[in-house]
Write a protein that binds this ligand. Sequence first.
Ligand code: FMN
Length: 189
Amino acid sequence: MRVTAFCGSPRVNGNTRALADEVLRGVGSEGAECHVVDLCRLNIAPCRACSSCRRTGECIQKDDMQSLYPELLESDVLVLGTPVYFWGVSAQMKAFIDRWYAIAEGDAAEKLRGKKAVVVTAYADTDPDTPEHVVGMFRRALDYLGIELVGVLGVSASDPGDAASNAQAMQEAFSLGQALRGYRQPMWE
Ligand SMILES: Cc1cc2nc3c(=O)[nH]c(=O)nc-3n(C[C@H](O)[C@H](O)[C@H](O)COP(=O)(O)O)c2cc1C
């Protein structure tokens, strides 16, 4: 079982990363092979809507996204982490998700179907509805792609270290990981 966390915060020591790490620690304790990708360390350009991918099956932009397509396709479970920025996802996460356009149809799309995903998000507000649009976007996008959203964790946290020092949040993240135990995408079995 391969699990990859894609983190969309520009703060690699921030709250989103702490939550994603704990999900990975939980699923890692169940024997999964875990990977983490900080999107802010990579060069991922926005989608150009050229539709070249629809003709050739490949994105025309030869940036770091090229190494993430196989990472996405070969993972059984995706952990999608983003801070809430103006009630939406971060720009890093949005650019990453938009580039999935190149694998949303054809053979690659078939490889996405049946995967599972978990969304983790951090926000400064104390209103628990703050990430509703973040979660709503992922819910619709993942459903469209045939990826099952099996868990969501939103944590109120402002400064780096806030989530990591929130014992309940860490426990919930760890449990979310543990609950993914043993999952293998059927087509890879
Ligand atoms: C550009 C920007 C926009 C933000 N927008 C919101 C927001 O709409 N709602 C909110 O509760 N927090 C907002 N925040 C606060 C972050 O979501 C919060 O600090 C979060 O813990 C950041 O996660 P990180 O540590 O993983 O970067 C914003 C922060 C920044 C820098």
